[in-house]
Design a protein around this ligand. Structure first.
Ligand SMILES: Cc1cc2nc3c(=O)[nH]c(=O)nc-3n(C[C@H](O)[C@H](O)[C@H](O)COP(=O)(O)OP(=O)(O)OC[C@H]3O[C@@H](n4cnc5c(N)ncnc54)[C@H](O)[C@@H]3O)c2cc1C
Length: 324
């Protein structure tokens, strides 16, 4: 069977996590199908990225061009359509990210291939691609089967697949000449504007104490802030806490907030909806405090305390006093 392409997503000198997750998904599919995974790396001065990816894919295809320093969907589409036509991959995986949402629909129209978006599961039924899509805000999973085609394109939800781990063996790196001819400036990169961070940057914290709607009201936040401070951590939250104005938006963890991977994530009064869990399940150790033993958060927690948080926090406060 033909290979599976994975479009490498990188920004400001870093390969984004979604790339490794797609390579993990591609590797699994490829091993089931007797196929192989190919990382497609488009950029400028990206040799170090190619070396890094060579440990996680069967092959790395690199297109170097000064115009590719920053993501540009028009340039990416030109190159991808040329590579797909040349190599005829069975499947091309693209992140369901701001980049991928910009690129995948028009690429699909150009290629005439079926597209399935925001996938949380991928499999084959014979030579047909099947996908799982989470719909209605995560309440229903839809199993979709795509029409027969030689090439499929799928966008992959961040956080849905286990990242590929580096192997000892290094894959071959193949340099492709850029099909871009002349300067293309119908769409131009101007600058990156990061959302302003007025307080703590929760994505950089090693310890996060996160609160959910279960804390009942903002009057409990100072006590939790104290615990976080003693541990040398920061306070984050679920979306309802932001919706109720108990904490600012920059503290929100989840698909419509920030993705975090601290050493320790303490979830207090958080039920564990997938929109939240997706963005914190990469934490090294997860501790959940919830009075409902059936709360889904316990499904991802390494340690769980089934109790009212008001019984637990004073003990935690006492035990952590002066730790930092
Ligand atoms: C498009 C979309 C995007 C979304 N994006 C996000 C996102 O980015 N981040 C996010 O978090 N959510 C997001 N959500 C919302 C998400 O679906 C959940 O509604 C939300 O995560 C639930 O927040 P929660 O766990 O704080 O509240 P709840 O679901 O209300 O859970 C509260 C929990 O607290 C427990 N509890 C209650 N009282 C106590 C007590 N005294 N002591 C201990 N435990 C107690 C309860 O047992 C319960 O498990 C999104 C939803 C949609 C549709």
């Amino acid at each position: 069977m033909a290979e599976i392409f994975v479009l490498v997503e990188h920004r400001q000198g870093k390969i984004r996590d979604i790339t490794y997750e797609m390579l993990g998904a591609a590797e699994k599919l490829a091993s089931e199908q007797g196929s192989s995974s190919t990382a497609l790396l488009l950029g400028h001065h990206v040799k170090t990225f190619a070396d890094e990816l060579a440990a996680r894919a069967s092959k790395v295809l690199v297109v170097e061009d000064a115009q590719l320093e920053h993501f540009n969907s028009i340039l990416y589409q030109k190159i991808l359509s040329s590579l797909i036509t040349k190599y005829q991959p069975f499947l091309t995986l693209i992140g369901h990210t701001a980049f991928g949402m910009d690129l995948a629909p028009s690429l699909t129209v150009e290629m005439g291939s079926p597209l399935v978006t925001d996938c949380i599961g991928l499999s084959f039924e014979g030579s047909r691609l099947k996908a799982v899509r989470s719909i209605y805000g995560g309440k229903v999973n839809a199993n979709v089967s795509l029409r027969e085609s030689k090439n499929y394109i799928a966008t992959v939800r961040p956080g849905a697949f286990t990242p590929a781990v580096p192997a000892d063996k290094k894959a071959g790196i193949v340099m492709e000449s850029s099909p871009l001819q002349g300067m293309i400036d119908v769409k131009k990169f101007l600058e990156y504007i990061e959302a302003p961070i007025t307080g703590e940057d929760i994505t950089q914290a090693e310890i996060i104490v996160s609160v959910g709607q279960g804390i009942g009201g903002p009057e409990h936040i100072p006590m939790i802030e104290e615990v976080a401070k003693s541990l040398g951590g920061v306070v984050a939250c679920s979306r309802p806490v932001v919706d109720r104005n108990w904490l600012p938006k920059e503290r929100q963890v989840g698909i419509s907030g920030k993705t975090v991977k601290p050493k320790v994530y303490i979830a207090i009064g958080i039920s564990g909806a997938f929109q939240h869990v997706t963005a914190m399940q990469g934490s090294e150790t997860i501790i959940a405090i919830n009075k409902d033993p059936r709360a889904p958060i316990f499904g991802v927690a390494d340690y769980g305390i089934v109790d009212d948080f008001q019984n637990v926090i004073p003990i935690l406060k006492e035990k952590t006093k002066g730790m930092k």
